[in-house]
Design a protein around this ligand. Structure first.
Ligand code: DQA
Length: 172
């Protein structure tokens, strides 16, 4: 039998050493879409005893501050039009990792938003400033809740920060 005296260059240990010296894959930045429904443009002046005195633009600033720490990319939008919200949810597919949605009054009525969430297949987190379950009965029902990953309600402007944290930790 022929004897082989060659040197073993790549023992398993050597391979591991080599791998640690190669450029490591860079974690991709998460893209989170915040969508706000009707009348949320009036935050700060609209029923402050329920929604607080913080404006939507103040909330956006707070969310961006936290997003910077988490190294996530945030897009913030508001519309009073149901169809526009539907289009944004559809367009989120392939462009955003997670949607954080305060659908406002459409939460309680919009099968179109619900269908869009299902069709887009982008993990969606439902948020509300107020605790909808402690308010009028018609607000207790959310037609989008069962197609969302979860619901955050009742923490005022902080619901948005909690929504961001939930989005950041969601299993995509
Ligand atoms: C809301 C609760 C809804 O019932 C209401 O219609 C809103 C705001 C909230 O953030 O508490 O407009 O979504």
């Amino acid at each position: 039998m022929k004897k082989c005296f060659g040197r073993i260059l790549a023992k398993p240990q050597n391979l591991l050493d080599l791998r640690s010296r190669l450029p490591q894959p860079v974690a991709l930045q998460m893209n989170i879409l915040f969508l706000n429904g009707p009348n949320l443009n009036l935050l700060g002046q609209r029923e402050p005893e329920i929604y607080g005195s913080t404006t939507l633009s103040d909330i956006e600033t707070q969310v961006r501050k936290r997003a910077k720490v988490l190294k996530t990319d945030v897009t913030f939008r508001q519309s009073n039009q149901e169809g526009e919200l539907v289009s944004w949810i559809q367009e989120a597919k392939g462009n955003f990792d997670v949607i954080v949605l305060n659908a406002a009054a459409y939460t309680h009525t919009s099968i179109a938003l619900r269908d869009a969430i299902v069709a887009a297949g982008v993990p969606t987190i439902e948020i509300h400033l107020s605790n909808i379950h402690a308010r009028e009965e018609f607000r207790h029902r959310s037609v989008i809740a069962s197609v969302c990953r979860g619901q955050i309600a009742g923490f005022g402007a902080n619901s948005y920060i909690l929504g961001l944290e939930a989005a950041y930790n969601v299993k995509v």
